[in-house]
Design a protein around this ligand. Structure first.
Ligand code: 2BA
Ligand code: 2BA
Length: 109
């Protein structure tokens, strides 16, 4: 058995939860925050049989989009020089970041 931690954008969460539920995956949803953008995102915990891992990856890839966020460069006022641009920079976010962990035991009591 594997435990997948899937970090996805909030905007993709409902669609992915619906797709996974339709395909009989069991899911737990957590609210999380990205360390770089300091914005909310969603972490899904999905415990599944090893044989379904590729199917899960396919659903995630088909559902979660890449989006571009514009971020102001963090250059303090006074340290900006003419050679340096203070224009917003483009940061791609997603589709999804997946961690796949081995599960030693899965217990329901
Ligand atoms: P954030 O940390 O808010 O990062 C959002 C996007 O900013 C990232 O998209 C990446 O393109 C960029 N980014 C992140 N850290 C950066 C850095 N130090 N320098 C330059 N650009 C940086 P994604 O890679 O798609 O990641 C989306 C979210 O997934 C991240 O949100 C974070 O919550 C999580 N994540 C990504 N990699 C992770 C890792 N190795 N461990 C834990 N969480 C991770
Ligand atoms: P929920 O996903 O809200 O599920 C509540 C109950 O509904 C489950 O109870 C189970 O009896 C049933 N259920 C859930 N998904 C189903 C599906 N695809 N087909 C048929 N029945 C389904 P529990 O098994 O006691 O689970 C309680 C909570 O534990 C779940 O809440 C979920 O948050 C988490 N969970 C259970 N198994 C998980 C797994 N393999 N991966 C991640 N989270 C899991």
């Amino acid at each position: 058995m594997k435990l997948v931690l899937a970090i996805i954008q909030d905007a993709d969460a409902s669609a992915l939860m619906r797709v996974l539920s339709e395909h009989a995956f069991e899911v737990t949803k957590l609210a999380s925050t990205g360390g770089f953008l300091r914005e909310g995102n969603t972490t899904l915990m999905i415990g599944l049989e090893d044989a379904r891992l590729d199917e899960l990856k396919r659903h995630v890839a088909q559902t979660c989009r890449t989006r571009i966020r514009l971020v102001a460069p963090n250059v303090p006022v006074g340290e900006q020089s003419e050679g340096l641009s203070s224009q917003p920079i483009e940061v791609p976010v997603g589709g999804a970041v997946l961690f796949v962990l081995g599960v030693q035991e899965f217990i329901k009591v």
